[in-house]
Design a protein around this ligand. Structure first.
Ligand SMILES: [Ca+2]
Ligand SMILES: [Ca+2]
Ligand SMILES: [Ca+2]
Length: 413
């Protein structure tokens, strides 16, 4: 009898353990595959080249799979090409939510940084555990002093925004969520006083400016603060201003006070700055209403290119906790002008991402807005960069960064 009871207890305990494991696995899977909860619109279901198969060739520059190096890198949020580590020579830096890799031009890893997050003590019922504060938003490659050694800027989320040095050591963090204040909207960097060292510009209940070490410089309190701020010289006088773009372009001086507001014909939540060929000042690039917009820093519309596959009905999915997911609105877009070969004109390559979808669209336009290449990519892509050739007479390549893969495009001739 006793033996049977013991066996029953063992069986029940094993079953319980298995059930707990299954539940945990399911929970982990749900978090990782959150994107799967949002229906992919028909037009984006199948990753494919839609237009211009004969124009460009794509291959994998680097891949960081879920089981290998992705643990050190997290999901990729930025790719940058330039002089970014102490060894001379061109670097390709790939930054993710947990760290960054420096690669050479052939995609060979040179070194890596693992971000050292803050750890706080959390209490859950009778249990205490360490909570790693890694919800810091998209990470961007920056160089605060222009010394050719990269730093990493996490632009802010529930655990605030943060700066990491080249080795991944946390330099500062700011703007963590509190019940009263919410969390920081955005943190960006830029040299506002022209001394060659970047200042930090924060959007959080207004605009705050700090020096590189986090000492306060200026503050303007406001009820609503912009979702995104950037630092750029808007009028060509050599001094940089702070800009934000939503239903209007707002230009502020280096202390955060508004200098100028220009109404825009569409609402842009996120935007990027894009360098026009042969011009010093960048322009604002945004994708909205099925079009790629280029807007100069005085607020003039320069062009609107039709970007089919960037506009869908807003599919809303309700999660069990009541949270709504807006699946298919354009979330963010970035663009670069690239001359794929000596004989081709400059093309504008734009990568567009959609909320939490595992898809992006790469559009390549001529300067008059003709779509010459279009591809649906199987990952959420947030960044693109130009890889210049070693031999100046050769052709550059385009790098496009998805969450796990960085692809390389070159001209097919
Ligand atoms: Ca630096
Ligand atoms: Ca400065
Ligand atoms: Ca200026």
């Amino acid at each position: 009898m006793r033996r049977r009871t013991t066996i029953t207890i063992i069986v029940l305990a094993t079953l319980g353990l298995v059930a707990i494991c299954v539940l945990f696995a399911f929970a982990a899977l749900r978090i990782y595959r959150l994107a799967d909860l949002v229906p992919v619109p028909k037009q984006l279901e199948e990753p494919r080249v839609v237009v211009g198969q004969e124009l460009l060739r794509r291959d994998v520059f680097a891949h960081f799979g879920f089981l290998d190096s992705a643990r050190d890198l997290g999901r990729i949020t930025d790719v940058a090409v330039g002089e970014y580590d102490p060894h001379p020579g061109l670097d390709v830096v790939i930054a993710g939510s947990r760290g960054a890799f420096v690669l050479d031009r052939n995609g060979v890893i040179q070194n890596q940084a693992e971000f050292q997050f803050k750890v706080s003590k959390q209490k859950f019922g009778p249990f205490h555990f360490d909570n790693e504060e890694s919800q810091l938003g998209d990470v961007q490659v920056v160089d605060l002093e222009g010394d050719g050694v990269s730093e990493y800027l996490a632009r802010g989320s529930l655990d605030g925004a943060a700066l990491f040095d080249h080795q991944g050591k946390m330099l500062l963090t700011y703007g963590k969520y509190t019940k009263g204040r919410g969390s920081i909207q955005d943190l960006t960097v830029g040299d506002l006083d022209g001394d060659g060292i970047d200042e930090l510009v924060v959007s959080w209940d207004g605009i705050e400016v700090f020096d590189k070490s986090g000492r306060p410089r200026a503050q303007v309190a406001e009820k609503f603060s912009p979702m995104q701020v950037e630092v750029v010289d808007t009028n060509g006088d050599g001094k940089k201003e702070i800009i934000s773009v939503d239903a209007e372009l707002k230009i502020r001086d280096s202390t955060g006070h508004v200098l100028k507001e220009v109404e825009l014909p569409a609402y842009f939540g996120k935007f990027s700055l894009c360098q026009l060929p042969g011009q010093d000042q960048p322009v604002i690039l945004g994708v909205q209403d099925g079009k790629v917009w280029l807007i100069d820093l005085a607020g003039n519309i320069l062009s609107q290119f039709d970007a089919p596959l960037s506009k869908f009905d807003d599919t809303v999915q309700r999660l069990p906790n009541g949270e709504e997911l807006h699946g298919t609105s354009v979330f963010e877009s970035r663009g670069v002008w690239i001359k794929f070969t000596k004989d081709w004109p400059e093309y504008l390559a734009v990568i567009t991402g959609f909320g939490p979808l595992d898809r992006s669209v790469l559009d390549v336009f001529t300067s008059s807005g003709k779509l010459v290449y279009q591809e649906v990519l199987p990952e959420h892509c947030r960044s693109l960069a130009i890889l210049p050739p070693t031999d100046p007479s050769a052709a550059p390549e385009l790098l496009v960064a998805g969450q796990e893969t960085v692809w390389r495009y070159r001209a097919l001739k």
